[in-house]
Design a protein around this ligand. Structure first.
Ligand SMILES: *[C@@H]1O[C@H](CO)[C@@H](O)[C@H](O)[C@H]1NC(C)=O
Ligand SMILES: *[C@@H]1O[C@H](CO)[C@@H](O)[C@H](O)[C@H]1NC(C)=O
Ligand SMILES: *[C@@H]1O[C@H](CO)[C@@H](O)[C@H](O)[C@H]1NC(C)=O
Ligand SMILES: [Ca+2]
Length: 461
């Protein structure tokens, strides 16, 4: 309620501000798809690139664990205390709510003590590896906008891979490797994100920064989105223009921050010493109290709203686009090929709206589109340009654009854009015969049209 009121006031403010000044005060939010502006032609819609707000995406995901029975407590088992490995009488029991640690507890509200967490079974079957896949699925393309943060309740694993999918889980690519010893675990040299640069930002690295031995008190693992943004936008992300410019022109970079699914592959629990203590295998398990994923629906810069309905995220497409990611033009709006909006030129970007198909009456033929035979439409000049296109050239006073070549006007109006009252032409407008003041036409535009049509003599402006 408060939020929606705030949003409408905000939208209003943006509308007003974009009318009053050339640019919104704060550029680069891309939080409206269109605003009304006043031009010589009167009030018209100005379309711009737009995107949904970045938000907590964990509210919209589905989580799947592999193996499916890896969560502790079925059957009940005991494990050693986190702080004290020799106190091994803690209990996990899936059938008792206070002693259960189901996967949902990785995504519940945090900030209370003690924290709630998911926990795996212990490493009873050592030396068989204890491995768990945690797969997070959105069934929707999303763009990450902040670090992925995983908070462990146990020690941080000795080996782990974060993977991503861009095709709803059909194929997977590594995102980042994590290990206490990268060379030993993955035959990779250890690196930190800070070793990367603009040119190597897409490199997949193995980091030892978040391992058991490094800052032993820390329980947190990051996947550093912001550090990567900073290569383009500067350390405080002040120059987002530069980042957006790069995202716009480099598909690989854009795709790097785009996912439909994430997978956390836990490969070896925290051991902390060289040797596994085989007498106390109940010391070894995984426990995660929180996972943060911030991002936004990918709507190809054609929507500011992404709705969650029937447990599905969908962009509310504008600019006459459609599809879950606004990835194509609506039926009857295929006057030119679909393309994503662009962040450029900053700050408003380019909407790249879908425009009406040439024949918007009936189904336009998909291929080999035929242009209307001008003379068959009873218009004399075959070389004429568009008179109206619903985009820049609007028929006025309720007129409708017919095949881009003329406006069909309501009975009381006439003129190329229905801009004139019929009675005005006949010179008989009384004080009560008009239907509101006739809008001011644009002399420049009309004389341009007149010139194009070669009918200047018939227009009296
Ligand atoms: C985890 O997923 C990977 C593919 O991403 C697969 O190769 C591996 O077998 C899976 N591990 C488990 C324990 O399911
Ligand atoms: C999309 O089409 C509707 C009519 O179906 C029209 O009112 C609207 O202005 C169009 N928007 C754009 C961005 O072309
Ligand atoms: C357009 O239509 C007219 C008459 O209807 C016809 O004479 C002319 O050949 C047509 N032109 C084309 C290019 O089809
Ligand atoms: Ca929790």
């Amino acid at each position: 309620m408060y939020l929606s009121r705030f949003l409408s006031i905000h939208a209003l403010w943006v509308t007003v501000s974009s009318v009053m000044q050339p640019y919104p005060l704060v550029w680069g939010h891309y939080d409206v798809c269109k605003t009304q502006i006043y031009t010589e032609e009167g009030k018209v819609w100005d379309y711009m690139a737009c995107q949904p707000e970045s938000t907590d995406m964990t509210k919209y995901l589905k989580v799947k664990l592999d193996p499916p029975d890896i969560t502790c407590g079925d059957p009940p088992e005991t494990f050693c205390a986190m702080g004290n490995p020799y106190m091994c009488n803690n209990e996990c029991d899936a059938s008792t709510p206070e002693l259960a640690h189901p996967p949902e507890l990785m995504f519940d509200f945090e900030g209370r003590h003690p924290s709630t967490f998911w926990q795996s079974a212990t490493w009873k079957e050592y030396p068989k590896p204890l491995q768990v896949n945690i797969t997070l699925s959105w069934s929707k393309t999303i763009e990450l906008t902040d670090n992925i943060v995983i908070t462990f309740e146990s020690g941080r694993p000795d080996q782990m891979i974060l993977e991503k999918s861009l095709d709803y889980g059909r194929t997977w690519q590594p995102y980042q490797y994590y290990a206490t010893d990268c060379l030993d675990a993955f035959h990779m040299d250890p690196k930190s994100v800070r070793d990367l640069s603009q040119h190597t930002v897409l490199e997949i690295i193995c980091t030892e920064e978040y391992s058991t031995s490094y800052m032993t008190n820390s329980k947190i693992i990051h996947f550093e989105i912001k550090d990567r943004f900073a290569f383009f936008a500067g350390p405080w992300l002040r120059n987002m223009a530069s980042l957006y410019g790069q995202l716009d022109t480099t598909k690989k970079l854009r795709d790097f921050f785009t996912v439909t699914d994430l997978r956390i592959r836990l490969l070896r629990p925290a051991v902390g010493e060289i040797f596994v203590d085989e007498l106390h295998l109940a010391r070894y398990f995984y426990a995660i109290s929180d996972i943060k994923v911030h991002g936004r629906c990918k709507c190809n810069l054609h929507a500011t709203v992404c709705v969650y309905d029937n447990s599905k995220l969908t962009c509310e497409c504008e600019h006459n686009t459609t599809g879950p990611d606004c990835g194509k033009c609506k039926k009857n709006y295929q006057g030119r090929p679909w393309s994503p909006g662009s962040y450029l030129p900053i700050p408003k970007g380019t909407a790249n709206t879908c425009i009406p198909s040439i024949s918007s009456i009936g189904n336009p033929p998909k291929f080999n589109r035929k242009w209307p035979n001008i003379s068959s439409l009873e218009v004399s000049n075959p070389k004429q340009a568009n008179v109206c296109d619903n985009e820049l050239l609007h028929c006025q006073n309720g007129g409708t654009c017919h095949n881009n070549v003329r406006c069909l006007c309501p009975a009381a109006y006439t003129g190329i854009l229905c801009e004139k009252l019929r009675c005005e032409e006949a010179g008989s407008c009384g004080p009560d015969s008009g239907q509101g003041a006739p809008p001011r036409g644009s002399p420049a535009l009309l004389s341009l049209l007149a010139a194009l049509l070669g009918t200047a003599g018939q227009l009296c402006i």
